[in-house]
Design a protein around this ligand. Structure first.
Ligand code: ADP
Ligand code: K
Ligand code: MG
Length: 475
């Protein structure tokens, strides 16, 4: 543990001088800035600004999740200069506290899991993000804000693959850690990561929509990359008119159309299914009206719906095709699969029902994919559980663009027909994306739904199908 800390400190030695020179702003100022009560903060900034001292200092802030009220506290952009700088300084402090917590959580791992290459990579990414950010002094001017935005945009981009890396790392470390420890680590890591991204993306979005009005000559930071497939944070050279209307407060969309969102997600999942099986079931949306709108974070809804629809579509196909004959994987031919000759209309449709009330939206996804065997029902929310059969792949290269943890470690069709269309690759990994196999879909969706106070419940009717009830809090 000590050795790792020292190595970290060494890795950041050049930056240390930079942030040693940068005075830590007194927390009193931070407290007076925030218009909602900030977390109780450590009393005094450390005199000794070694990396360890800084980490300790920022780790003392309590863990917290964001509320819709905090996201909307500045109102819709464009913000005036003092308000934008207020948001910047607040974001900087909160990110430092969140990143410090991530680093210290990694430092608390026992030696063997800590040396796992994937987990060490995530640890290193969080450490460098923390040290990069701590080299930025208190934000007092628009130029300071621009520096902050550049660092945050880079951070959002560099941390894009953290979840597959954590998944791979923990799968490989399973023999050294109890399941409960892994679940606890991942739950906290993912919830914290959602907060970090929300804070960074919200401020980037507010900045991008405000800067052209405050500082027309300045170049804007590049838009942050998305974590879920279609996260649309809007910073662009000219903010789109929608980001300046009362219907948007940064990344919070106040006029989101659930029908459009569900259709986008379902069409994407159809492509995944067609890639994996050659066919996809039909779907239908009911409840409310196609024009109704809600206020929510589009990317959270999109992630959750995509994962739930993937599960429903996959189950619908696998349950409703004849079982294939056992074959030698070397003789695998896609056209031999029974479903390759089936039509969408040969499958029972997936039904999506939407209901909105003030403050919440419930979406039920109902499939006739045969449900979940009773012995698995209690495992489906575990990060470690997937029913995609596993085939270890010694040639797995986590850096290859097509690779995902689930995709390569779990090859084969239901029941294990073989290695899938491309030999070592999973049949559930397509050119478009991964249909299943990571095991993270349900647990992550439940964290997204629960983040602002919603819920996710699954009811299986074994032999027939599954209902998933997802309640999302709305504004
Ligand atoms: P993955 O899809 O990567 O396996 P998930 O967490 O999304 O991971 O789902 C875990 C497992 O739960 C799936 O592998 C599948 O066995 C089961 N499951 C989830 N949703 C359904 C569903 N609608 N119908 C049948 N089984 C399901
Ligand atoms: K799972
Ligand atoms: Mg899934």
């Amino acid at each position: 543990m000590l050795r790792r800390t020292v190595a970290l400190a060494r890795a950041h030695a050049p930056r240390r001088a930079a942030f040693a020179a940068a005075p830590l702003s007194p927390l009193r100022r931070y407290n007076s800035l925030a218009s909602t009560p900030p977390p109780p903060a450590p009393t005094q900034p450390p005199q000794d600004v070694s990396p360890q001292a800084l980490l300790r200092y920022y780790t003392q802030s309590p863990t917290r999740t964001l509320t819709y009220q905090e996201l909307t506290m500045y109102g819709p952009p464009p913000l005036d200069e003092p308000t934008l700088l207020h948001s910047a300084e607040r974001t900087r402090k909160e990110l430092l506290a969140g990143l410090a917590r991530r680093v210290s959580q990694h430092l608390s791992l026992p030696f063997l899991p800590a040396t796992n290459p994937s987990l060490a990579k995530v640890h290193q990414l969080y450490s460098s993000a923390f040290f990069n950010l701590s080299s930025i002094p208190e934000v007092k001017t628009l130029a300071d804000n621009e520096r902050l935005c550049k660092v945050m945009a880079q951070m959002v981009e560099e941390h894009r693959d953290n979840i597959p890396l954590l998944a791979k790392g923990f799968k490989e470390s399973r023999k050294y850690l109890p399941d409960a420890t892994i679940t606890d680590f991942l739950d906290r890591a993912i919830r914290n990561r959602i907060s970090l991204r929300l804070m960074a993306e919200q401020h980037l979005s507010l900045s991008a929509a405000s800067l052209p009005y405050l500082h027309p000559a300045e170049a804007l930071p590049s838009p942050p990359a998305s974590e879920p497939k279609d996260l649309r944070v809007e910073p662009s050279a000219r903010p789109p008119s929608s980001s300046l209307s009362a219907s948007r407060v940064g990344i919070l969309d106040l006029a989101l159309k659930p029908y459009d969102l569900i259709t986008n997600c379902a069409e994407y999942v159809k492509l995944l299914c067609e890639g994996a099986y050659g066919v996809a079931p039909n779907y239908r949306i009911e409840g409310g009206s196609p024009d109704m709108t809600v206020g929510a974070i589009g990317s959270h809804l999109e992630y959750t719906l995509t994962e739930l629809l993937k599960n429903a579509f996959r189950a619908t196909i696998e349950h409703n095709v004849p079982k294939p004959e056992e074959k030698d994987p070397d003789e695998f031919r896609f056209e031999d699969l029974p479903h390759a000759h089936m039509l969408s209309t040969d499958f029972p449709e997936v039904l999506v029902t939407v209901s909105t009330v003030p403050g919440a939206m419930t979406i039920r996804i109902r499939d006739r994919g045969g449900g979940i065997p009773p012995e698995n029902v209690h495992n489906v929310f575990s990060y470690a559980f997937t029913s995609v059969p596993a085939l270890p792949d010694p040639d797995f290269d986590p850096d290859s663009p097509a690779a995902t943890y689930g995709g390569t470690a779990n090859a084969g069709y239901y029941g294990g027909v073989g290695g899938g269309p491309q030999g070592g690759e999973s049949a559930l990994q397509t050119n478009v994306g991964t249909l299943a196999g990571l095991g993270f879909g349900l647990p992550l969706s439940r964290i997204y739904a629960g983040y602002f106070g919603g819920s996710l419940d699954l009811v299986s009717m074994y032999g027939w199908g599954t209902d998933v009830y997802c309640v999302m809090k709305t504004v």
